[in-house]
Ligand binder design. Structure first.
Ligand code: DC
Length: 224
C-alpha cells in the first residue's frame, strides 16, 4: 500500500490532478478540503457564524460527513457536492479549518480512510500532520494569478456566478488564513517534492506526479 500526500495552497489544481492520478493508478482519492467545506456548509445552513469558534465546534456531534467513491460528498445524508463549491462556503471555510477540534474530528476520519488501501489525499496538512509517513509527498504550488484564473474558469464552467476579482481576493485571503493558523498550518513537509505548476497543463502535472510515484515504486500498475 502506498500513500501519496498532495498539499498546497488554494486552487493550485491539486484535486483535479489527484483525481486523474488516482483513477490511472487505481488508488483511492480523498479530497480533504471537501470535508472542511461540508462542515462549513452545515454551519451556514444552521445560521451559525463561522467566525464564532465555540458555536461551530458545538455542532461537531451532529455532523456526519460521508465521502463516496464517486467523489460525491454527503452531509447528514444530503448531497452537498455542488453546494460546497459556492462562494459563500469558499469565503468561510478557512475559519472552520482553523479550529483545532474540528480538524481533529475530520483528521481521524481521513487517517482511517488511508488504512486499508493505497490513497492519494489532497489538502494542506496531509504530509505534515495527517499522514506524516506517506511514502510520497508533493507540495503543489502556482502563482496567485494562475490559481485565481483557474478557479474562476472552473466556477464559470460549473455555472457558479463570480468575478475574477472576487476569486483573487478569496484566494489571497485563504492563503493568509491557511498559512497563518496555529494548528497544522499550510507548509511544505521537509521531505516533500516541490511542484510549481504555474506554467504546466493538467496532463503535464499528472504525468509528473505519476513519474514521481513510479520512479520510487516501479511495480506500480498504470491502468489507462
Ligand atoms: O482545497 P480546498 O480549497 O477545497 O480547501 C478548502 C479549505 O479547507 C482551505 O481554505 C483550507 C482548508 N483545508 C485545510 O485546512 N486542510 C486540509 N487538509 C484541506 C483543506
Amino acid at each position: 500500500m502506498i500513500s501519496v500526500a498532495i498539499d498546497g495552497p488554494a486552487a493550485a489544481g491539486k484535486s483535479t490532478v489527484a483525481k486523474i492520478v488516482a483513477k490511472k493508478l487505481g488508488f483511492t482519492y480523498l479530497d480533504t478540503g471537501a470535508m472542511y467545506r461540508a462542515f462549513t456548509w452545515y454551519c451556514l445552513e444552521k445560521g451559525v457564524d463561522c467566525e464564532n469558534e465555540a458555536a461551530c465546534v458545538n455542532l461537531i456531534p451532529e455532523v456526519n460527513i460521508e465521502m463516496k467513491p464517486n467523489n460525491v460528498v454527503l452531509c447528514n445524508g444530503i448531497d452537498v457536492t455542488t453546494a460546497i463549491r459556492q462562494p459563500r462556503v469558499s469565503g468561510n471555510v478557512s475559519y472552520i479549518a482553523s479550529y483545532k477540534d474540528i480538524r481533529l474530528f475530520l483528521v481521524e476520519q481521513q487517517r482511517n480512510m488511508a488504512k486499508n488501501s493505497s490513497v492519494i489525499m489532497d489538502g494542506r496538512d496531509i504530509g505534515t500532520y495527517v499522514l506524516p509517513n506517506a511514502e510520497i509527498k508533493i507540495f503543489q504550488v502556482a502563482t496567485v494569478e494562475t490559481r485565481a484564473k483557474r478557479r474562476y474558469e472552473e466556477n464559470i464552467s460549473k455555472g457558479i456566478q463570480c468575478t475574477y476579482e472576487e476569486i483573487e481576493e478569496d484566494v489571497r485571503k485563504r492563503d493568509r488564513i491557511d498559512s497563518g493558523r496555529a494548528f497544522a498550518p499550510l507548509k511544505p513537509a521537509e521531505d516533500s517534492i516541490l511542484l510549481d505548476t504555474s506554467h504546466m497543463g493538467i496532463e503535464e502535472v499528472v504525468n509528473a506526479i505519476i513519474k514521481i510515484i513510479t520512479d520510487k515504486f516501479p511495480e506500480t500498475r498504470i491502468y489507462e
